[in-house]
Design a protein around this ligand. Sequence first.
Ligand SMILES: C[S@@+](CC[C@H](N)C(=O)[O-])C[C@H]1O[C@@H](n2cnc3c(N)ncnc32)[C@H](O)[C@@H]1O
Length: 295
Amino acid sequence: MTTERFLDFKEQKDLFKVALEEQFTLNEIQQIWRQILAHFLSIPPIEQISMGSHQFSGAESKIINNIIERLKNNEPFQHILGEVEFYGLELKSDARGLIPRPETEELVDWIVQKTDGDPRNILDVCSGSGCIALALSQVFQKAQVYGLEYSHDAIALAEENALALKLPVAFKKVDVLNKEQINPFLEGVSNTSLLDIVVSNPPYIPLKEKVLMDAVVLNHEPEIALFVPDHDPLIFYKEIARAVFPYLSTKGALYFECHYLHLENTRNLLLDLGYKTVEKRKDLQGKWRMLKAQK
Ligand SMILES: C[S@@+](CC[C@H](N)C(=O)[O-])C[C@H]1O[C@@H](n2cnc3c(N)ncnc32)[C@H](O)[C@@H]1O
């Protein structure tokens, strides 16, 4: 008869750390470890503090080892968890949509800080998981929020998120680079009231930068969410800013998340298109990341 040797808390944690220390910082390993205990082993953070004498069962170690393998295979931890927190909302996260980033939370927060009163119509262009639209719908409960997205998969994910959170965002499949699709949509929604907030975090990474990117992004996040042609890196900004201009209310604002190397060019593009004030803002990493434009 063979007896299974259970790992004690320190042994299992050390194995976890050693397996992942080439890929992650110690801080990240610690955060992932805590989330695994909470999410997969149902050990709430408060109980994790006094786990020194815990012996992991074979089943528990198997779960942890399986996650180590997936992480070593460059699978994003958000996909393994199946969820991600964004501006206080718990969103489903999988390969159908881009994983919402902290910079995008900062963009939402900037919009919230800058908006006085109750916006009526809000439009999020290139919605992905729906993170921006859903966060704004949660904050501005009187507003009608719309989300435009081209990927069928991403719309399905955004709609599942809206349903789970009971937030009334209307997602619609529109190719924003196609005037025949975006113009009729804009005409329709602004019939009763012009747009008070338009926001977009569009694809903005020039294809030539693909070689510099991590496998964790390249192998697991949708290509359509990331890249733009090298010869026209501002294509989404140009088309979105031009299309929404006539439908933006006088006090309304257009917000963009930008590639930090292209922010100045994007700002100039907006001025050329007739926007009068264009404000810029850095993200918490100190990179110029966001723009706010008004007519
Ligand atoms: C950078 S991701 C942003 C997703 C989400 N807003 C976020 O911040 O996490 C850009 C999104 O634009 C969508 N997209 C790409 N081309 C598009 C097009 N021509 N029309 C509409 N959406 C498009 C992608 O599918 C992707 O979901």
